[in-house]
Ligand binder design. Sequence first.
Ligand code: 11C
Length: 344
Amino acid sequence: MAVRVGILGATGAVGQRFIQLLEDHPTFELAALTASESSAGKRYDEAAKWRVNTPIPDDVAAMEVGSTDPADVPDDIDLLFSSLPSSVAAEVEPEFLEAGYVVSSNSSNDRMAPDVPLTIPEINPGHLDLIEVQRDERGWDGALVKNPNCSTITMVPTLAALDQFGLERVDVTTLQAVSGAGYDGVTSMEIIDNAIPHIGGEEEKMETESRKLLGSFDGAEVALHGAEVNASCNRIPTLDGHLESVFADLADDASPEDVAAAMREYPGVDLPSAPEQLIHVFEDNFRPQPRLDRERGDGMQISAGGIQATERGVKYNCLAHNTIRGAAGASVLNGELLAQEGWI
Ligand code: 11C
């Protein structure tokens, strides 16, 4: 049976990706769009004035955008995806949770809240049980699951594959696409030939969220993973796709071949939007360059390569599509997990 879904914050860069990913979805049926007061009451194609992605399907273009007031959203919506700015989400999401809605959110507020599952289905699906804790403690009838920041999602699957070798410390430098900065970032592509040597707030997110994702869960709380994580984050002039250089210190001996095998064999999940293989490992340093590695697995696969030994472990590069695997696709996948696990 179809699951009726809606989008909170449908007109932004990630909102537009949600619409793209929900088109022809096997189980989710898009039935409600919401955005800020300035967009409410308009047709979607009038409200979403600037476009960063694909054309809007005709049926979605004609849909009326509602406000982010729960009273404005039909009661029969089973699942809401959220890509609201975090300051707005911090006010709006609890109103929907109190009203009994299940919310799969990409917004950065509350990701580190102890009772909120921060989940990547292939990494820590069991953390969803924190929903019981949040219902007990906050009295919500609904449920909230968050996905991590896009630069965190790009790296964490590779770290999860390495953890069997005793992950002790991670140093990572990112080169991030402008779409991560939303509308302002995309319009800044008019000024090409530029690189920005810092992204405020991004480093802390990578350092904390990755330890929560890899942390152990005893049914009541998540213990953060013990590895030290240090991130340095930068912006480069590409539209989509975050590229990261990772240096991982390992307690056990692991050759680059062992690490490549662990990444290649890291298990996927059986969900409609999940790639068959989570991590694609490039082992030929002189391979022909495909046009866009970020598009692998319809934008849902992580690419890794350049795996080399260091004195304390390994170094490698990884890349993922930041607004698909790193944002809207991550929330859709969490929504599919919520459905599979019976939370909706
Ligand atoms: C960027 N990663 O590229 C950010 C955008 O916490 O979800 C996503 C912010 C977030 O600037």
